[in-house]
Design a protein around this ligand. Structure first.
Ligand code: SAM
Length: 254
């Protein structure tokens, strides 16, 4: 039976966690263990069905990208939530994977759903604390999570410390804007959370520009603005993500 390994003090994030949970409940995103086990597959009439099709396409893209890595990689899934992607990485890549989050109830539901999977570990911790070993991961995945961190520079510097010498960071399912697009996006986010009844959630959701990551020389593994993906989405209605997949390597030491 999988249990959550507590490495940070849960009281630090208790208020943020309670707010996040209320928001997720209002959005209809708090799922039963049975439903979590089926993700990213959901019923056709699920209100988030299209979004899950898109997330499934991104997960397949990440898995296909990592499939060739030998030996089987040791992966950190940062901001794993209940760990559906973390569990999938273990199953599909035979990877050992640590899902880390500072949301206790998400992790505990994940432990209930994915308890029997060998190679999967769920850790409660703040990534900025010494909760995992430095230089110990082949891959760090940041999936649908970068927007919850106010300072991407500080985060990426921290994540680079956690990589082995040939390690890499993969960022997916996060909107990255042109700088001039950010004020309108921030306004849409404020409207959205205000209508949902949780205007205070706006403080926890951040809008980053693609250019904010430039110092880390990201490579585009998937470009949603490329012709093939634009035509795939608009003409053929394929469930392709509107957000990029980025790869950042650990800089070679001189
Ligand atoms: C939207 S969820 C992402 C869920 C999941 N990765 C997925 O693909 O569905 C973002 C998560 O980032 C977590 N998070 C935010 N700040 C964190 C920190 N400092 N350390 C660890 N996790 C953090 C939040 O608790 C939240 O569960």
């Amino acid at each position: 039976m999988l249990t959550v390994d507590f490495r940070s003090d849960p009281s630090t994030f208790a208020d943020a966690e309670a707010l996040y949970l209320e928001v997720r409940r209002a959005e209809g995103r708090v799922l039963s263990p049975e439903a979590l086990r089926k993700l990213p597959v959901v019923a056709a009439d699920d209100p988030h069905a299209r979004e899950w099709q898109i997330r499934a396409a991104t997960a397949d893209r990440l898995i296909n990208y990592l499939r060739g890595r030998q030996p089987h990689p040791h992966i950190l899934d940062l901001g794993c939530g209940p760990g559906w992607m973390t569990a999938r990485l273990v199953r599909e890549l035979k990877a050992t994977t640590v899902g880390i989050d500072c949301n206790r109830s998400e992790l505990e539901r994940g432990a209930e759903a994915f308890g029997a999977i060998e190679g999967l570990q769920l850790v409660y911790g703040d990534i900025f604390e010494p909760v995992v070993d430095a230089a110990s991961f082949d891959v760090v995945i940041v999936s649908a999570a970068l927007q919850y961190f106010p300072d991407p520079d500080a985060l990426l510097i921290r994540l680079l410390e956690l990589l082995k010498p040939n390690g890499e960071i993969l960022i997916a399912d996060t909107p990255l804007y042109r700088r001039e697009e950010i004020p309108a996006a921030a306004e849409r986010t404020r409207d959205y959370y205000t209508k949902l009844g949780f205007p205070q959630m706006t403080e926890h959701y951040h809008h980053h520009a693609f250019d904010d990551l430039a110092t880390f020389s990201p490579e585009l593994i998937y470009d949603p603005r490329g012709m093939v993906s634009r035509i795939g989405r608009s003409v053929f209605r394929r469930p392709l993500s509107p957000f990029p997949v980025l790869q950042i390597s650990r800089p070679k030491s001189p």
